[in-house]
Design a protein around this ligand. Structure first.
Ligand code: TXA
Ligand code: MG
Length: 350
């Protein structure tokens, strides 16, 4: 299959609108189009067509019991997809939609089980990215879209990442430049009495509690996954976001962290070893490749650059990766949730 690439910069430009319309046509005909959202690129298909959902699983190499998020552009599109809209969901939608928040509802009969991985609930999100909204509107359909990466790889934050993973496997990609946020949406389950955070993201626990009162955390977020403890979001089970190399997070007082990483790096070949660090520390490492993802005080940038840096580890065939901990900022929970998984839970305390 030939994957078409459409560069779209301006949804008010006639040429760009034509491109979006062509992509909307692909969706209406049962095809797959990757598109930018404010979080990460999504791989879109008609959410109401079980064949389109099957194509998504197959293009990503994703297990079909891992449900897809359904994307809408307007509040009126929510009602047909769900059994009920709890008051808490209305409040959250008012505050954070359109935006990087996904809510889990009891699904209506309209939504095929193939889209929800066999579950009686459906995940819905209204993205704020202008191109995404225009694309959904022009499609006239709710769009099922997981992150547009091959299953297990870091989520794509540029169209190039999407092409690297899915060229030849999908009909088209809309290139809207680098995304803003860089981590997937926050997921909150509003289908039972007490709302539960299933995946941390840009909308923090504090922001959710402000609107919804008490919010629980899925126990696996703090205790990890084990035989008796499974995450409510099936996708949180899988190894994720991971580069091929051996990765470890080094945590502790900064001087000790730097000393330990330099020591560990000294045990390996410099060209195959990397440290992921911030501007203030980047000149303190020797004997390895240094990847700087921004200023430690600016964790929005750290979030935005994280997946691109993880992908670079593979581009440079890095075998040993050491990364500083970023748990202290506003977005620390979301960043560390991804990093800890990417590192296969390997944390070195110094
Ligand atoms: O920011 C995002 O959410 C991006 C962009 C493209 O919108 N999408 C995304 O989709 O991250 P994906 O498929 O990579 O992650 C969806 C997560 C998975 O962990 C999945 O198991 C969970 O949402 N999920 C989907 N439907 C669910 C449901 N009904 N109940 C529980 N978890 C669900
Ligand atoms: Mg994903």
């Amino acid at each position: 299959m030939d994957t078409k690439l459409f560069v779209v910069n301006d949804i008010n430009d006639e040429g760009d609108i034509k491109k979006i319309e062509e992509c909307a046509g692909i969706i209406k005909n049962g095809g797959l189009v990757a598109f930018p959202t404010e979080t990460v690129y999504g791989l879109g298909g008609n959410a109401l067509d079980d064949k389109a959902s099957m194509k998504i699983y197959s293009a990503k190499g994703r297990p079909s019991d891992n449900p897809l998020i359904v994307h809408i552009a307007d509040m009126s599109e929510l009602e047909p997809l769900v059994k009920e809209i709890p008051d808490i969901a209305k409040k959250l939608a008012k505050l954070y939609w359109p935006g990087p928040l996904t809510m889990i509802f009891k699904k209506s009969d309209l939504v095929p089980y193939k889209t929800t991985g066999g579950l009686d609930t459906v995940a819905v999100r209204m993205p704020s990215h202008k191109v995404a909204r225009e694309f959904i509107r022009k499609s006239g359909l709710p769009i099922a879209a997981p992150s547009a990466n091959v299953s297990g790889r870091p989520s794509p934050t540029t169209a190039k990442h999407v092409m690297d993973d899915l060229d030849g496997r999908i009909d088209a990609v809309i290139d809207g430049g680098q995304v803003d946020i860089g981590l997937e949406s926050t997921i909150i389950d509003v289908s039972s009495d007490v709302p539960m955070l299933l995946r941390p993201g840009f909308i923090t626990m504090e922001m959710l509690e402000e609107a919804a009162g008490d919010v629980e955390r899925d126990p696996t977020l703090t205790k990890g996954v084990s035989k008796g403890l499974k995450p409510k979001a099936p996708g949180m089970m899988y190894r994720h976001y991971a580069p091929k190399g051996d990765m470890a997070i080094v945590e502790g007082a900064m001087e000790d962290v730097i000393a330990r990483i330099n020591h560990l790096a000294g045990e390996h070949n410099a060209s195959e070893t990397a440290v992921i660090t911030t501007t203030d520390n980047k000149d303190k490492y020797t004997g390895c490749r240094v990847f700087c993802i921004g200023d430690r005080n600016d964790d929005e940038t750290i979030a935005k650059e994280l997946y691109a840096v993880l992908r670079e580890m593979d581009d440079y065939s890095i075998k040993y990766i050491y990364v500083e901990s970023f748990k202290n900022g506003k977005h620390g929970e979301a960043i560390m949730n991804r990093l800890v998984k990417a590192a296969g839970h390997k944390i070195i305390h110094v």
